[in-house]
Design a binder for this molecule. Sequence first.
Ligand SMILES: Cc1cc2nc3c(=O)[nH]c(=O)nc-3n(C[C@H](O)[C@H](O)[C@H](O)COP(=O)(O)O)c2cc1C
Length: 324
Amino acid sequence: MGFQFQNKVFLAPMAGITDAPMRKIVFEETEGKVSLVSEMVAINALSYKNAKTYKIADVREEPYPVVVQLMGGEPDLFYDAAKLVTDLGAVGIDINMGCPVRKIIASNAGSYLMQHMDVAAKIIETTVKATKLPVSVKFRKGWDSEHINAVEFAKMCEQSGATYITIHGRTKTQGYMGSADWNVIKAVKESVKIPVIGNGDVTSPKSAQEMFEKTKVDAVMIGRAALGNPFLLKSIANFSDKQESLEPTPKHIYQTLLRHMRYLKEYYGEKVALGLSRKYVCWYSKCFYDAKKFRENYMKITDFEKAMAEIDSYFQKQILGENI
Ligand SMILES: Cc1cc2nc3c(=O)[nH]c(=O)nc-3n(C[C@H](O)[C@H](O)[C@H](O)COP(=O)(O)O)c2cc1C
């Protein structure tokens, strides 16, 4: 029997978001039912031991499995990078071949590789040679509507030794706009024997189920819908068992945000944590009363302890139902 996933739900790699604190929150909230991938790790920065990049790649302290995603354009650099992240605790190595960001494409990485399949193949082969870990590839539907090559690309990944693949059903040109094409995901699934993860526009337990039914993928991957919403991932991961959505209580959202704040502080220190917390505070308070005013106040805070006090005061009122 070939490779099988431990979970059928994956949190998508998102630069600046799926860091160690976020992964810890998702692991705890979903009781380990969601698989975790790191933010992308730039392998050229890793090769000259950039401290920030090294920290992203180092998952040894995390007591749950983390796949580390590598991003680069030079096949030779992948050998040492794969060896290093193997030593730094990864349980699998994913290769980013879908990023649409201009700077990354200019460095011959990300979705640039969808137009240069020979280089992409060399990258996969080099990585497979360097590690015993499963090597996967995440890519898109194609470059643009004139160049849709996901099926061909998937076959190349399989032939080059990838253990599984993730397909995001948008082209590079689409970026994150428009809707993801699930037909191309289905076509990819039908074209290879290795497991396939479907990605793009899964936003609810129902849409996750639809993706499974329509495309027959082995797992689904969720990105933007999980921003500040680990509860959704729990709901999706439990849906196939219980057929019901699990709505968090205001108290639970508040407690999760506090925990997230604590993990940010532990991992980055107060100053960086405060800056990063701003987006999480916005996301976690999305469905609450008078959140706009709370967020405006929060953005002005320059001290971590005051930020915690502001969160306390706002959410306590919400929990008591004073303003709901
Ligand atoms: C802020 C942000 C950062 C992202 N960073 C990465 C990344 O580091 N590596 C990657 O392969 N994809 C990255 N993506 C793409 C997501 O993994 C995912 O493919 C995309 O958001 C589509 O899934 P969704 O419709 O569920 O959001 C990023 C997306 C967003 C919104």
